[in-house]
Ligand binder design. Structure first.
Ligand code: FAD
Length: 475
């Protein structure tokens, strides 16, 4: 036996302390289970340390500067000076507050925390190598395990994240200086959110996308205002182009692309290239074979509606368990896994998982689009309300976009909704609640909303679906 080796036992071993794993741990603790949470890097996972929170902090900070410098119409004449070092320090403070909160909450719920890397040894045993040199290792025997190892950015050929000018989103969010010019490969939500951040920091941003539009997967009338606004910030777009390679040139770099069709490839000057082409599940850190858990052909761990893998006592939650790779989806799966282990009749219900894109304007979606409702055999009725008719939107200076509700024409049940515009990420919650509760257009329309608020637009969209919106013309 290696010096320092010990064997301990636990009801529930959770591997990974991101929003999937730490939420599962807290819920398991609340349910009086004996729970051990192992994390190899930082409590809070990608979301709190390198994803959701740092990106939203920088989106807010650069947005404040940009708005202050562009408010002449409101009588404000300012030329904000940005101190990126201080901005990063503030962002770091936000992250620290949240990650230390996760640690405290786990401890308060009797979660046994271990810093180290866990790897399965067999169906009921894992080995943890503690973080830090010479810290030793331990063996943990478990009744149940929850795999919450998350995801990492996909690397593309010729763009190694180990090379200085090539950045993944984590490295881009930690930059202490704004590059003069940046090429962003990928116009998905991470690429588009960071395009806005760097454009507002004064970087010349060029986005290269293999497909023919920004935010692939979102309806075109949601994506269009986002592209238009990014262009107004000076962002250049090249569609149908695949990043092929880069080389150093004249103190900077040149990024080469290949065109999809007959067009020519491009040579784009930059100082940095951010690759944001998607994320892949992390399973190579845990030796899944030893516990007998299977993956699908994309490397995700398939689960049932109780977050169970092919092994009845092993659960998988969060990004490692598949799309959508969103923090709140992982947290809900974590809660369900803990409750199922505790013997509660919990199950996942995927019909109302909201998604938000924190661009300008923001996008929020939940449930079905009109097309999806048709494909599912409904006869959908759509109600829409434009923000240009919202008093509150006009007073914020942001009136691009709309709220749309999709409902079943027969009985009025709200099936889904889409918002593009100010605070879309917040407004979508009301529509999610409507879907979850089985509310009808009539229910939403007859709920009195505060005036003047953006949320009145949800009520007006419902009224429009019923044919009697007050502040817009009805179809
Ligand atoms: P993760 O957060 O990836 O955590 C997994 C943890 O497991 C990591 O800390 C890792 O160190 C640990 N681990 C892995 N293997 C082992 C092992 N063998 N032993 C011990 N520990 C291990 N989602 C949203 O919902 N909203 C957003 O606005 C949003 N913005 C994002 C912005 C960016 C730039 C990025 C990159 C992502 C964003 N996401 C957002 C996605 C979100 O971060 C993920 O969906 C979420 O973090 C997934 O949570 P998770 O618990 O599955 O895994």
């Amino acid at each position: 036996m290696v010096v320092g080796d010990v064997t301990t036992g636990t009801d529930v071993l959770i591997i990974g302390a991101g929003p999937g794993g730490y939420v599962a741990a807290i819920r398991a603790g609340q349910l009086d289970l004996d729970v051990t949470l192992v994390e190899k890097e930082a409590y809070g996972g990608v979301c709190l340390n390198h994803g959701c929170i740092p990106s939203k902090a920088l989106i807010t900070a650069t947005g404040v500067a940009h708005d202050a410098g562009n408010a002449e119409e409101m009588g404000i004449h300012a030329a904000p000076e940005i101190d990126i070092g201080q901005m990063q320090e503030w962002k770091g403070g936000v992250v620290d507050q949240l990650t230390s909160g996760v640690e405290k909450l786990c401890k308060a719920n009797q979660v046994n925390l271990i810093e180290g890397r866990a790897e399965f040894v067999d169906e009921n045993e894992a080995r943890v190598v503690h973080s830090g040199e010479g810290q030793g290792a331990e063996t943990i025997e478990f009744e149940h395990a929850i795999l919450a190892t998350g995801s990492r950015p996909i690397e593309i050929p010729n763009f190694s994240y180990a090379d200085d000018p090539v950045l993944d989103s984590k490295q881009a969010l930690a930059l202490e200086d704004a590059p003069d010019a940046m090429v962003i490969v990928g116009a998905g939500y991470i690429g588009m959110e960071l395009a806005g951040v760097f454009a507002k920091l004064g970087t010349d941003v060029t986005v290269v996308e293999m497909l023919d539009s920004v935010l692939p997967g979102y309806e075109s009338d949601l994506a269009r205002p986002v592209k238009k606004h990014a262009e107004s910030l000076g962002v250049d777009f090249h569609f149908g182009q695949t990043a092929a390679g880069w080389e150093e040139m004249d103190g900077g770099i040149v990024v080469r692309t290949d065109a999809a069709g007959d067009d020519d490839g491009l040579e784009l000057d930059a100082d940095k290239v951010l690759v944001a082409v998607g994320r892949q599940p992390v399973t190579d850190t845990v030796d899944l074979g030893a516990v007998g858990v299977e993956t699908d052909d994309r490397g995700f761990v398939p689960t049932d509606d109780r977050a169970r893998t092919n092994k009845e006592h092993v659960f998988a939650v969060g990004d490692v368990a598949g799309e959508p790779m969103l923090a709140h989806k992982g947290s809900k799966e974590g809660q369900v896994a803990a409750e199922v282990i505790a013997g509660e009749p919990a199950a996942l219900d995927y019909q109302a998982i909201p998604a938000a894109v924190f661009t300008e304007p923001e996008i929020g979606t939940v449930g079905m689009t009109e097309t999806e409702a048709e494909e599912a055999g409904f006869e959908p009725v759509v109600g829409q309300f434009p923000f240009r008719a919202s008093g509150r939107a006009l007073t914020t200076g942001e009136s691009d976009g709309f709220v749309r509700l999709v409902a079943d024409a027969e009985d009025g049940f709200v099936l889904g909704g889409q918002v593009v515009g100010p605070e879309a990420s917040e407004l979508i919650a009301e529509i999610g609640l409507a879907v979850e509760l089985g509310a009808t257009l009539e229910d939403v329309a007859s709920t009195i909303h505060t005036h003047p608020t953006l949320s009145e637009s949800v009520m007006e969209a419902a009224e429009n679906g019923l044919g009697h919106a007050i502040h817009t013309l009805n179809r």
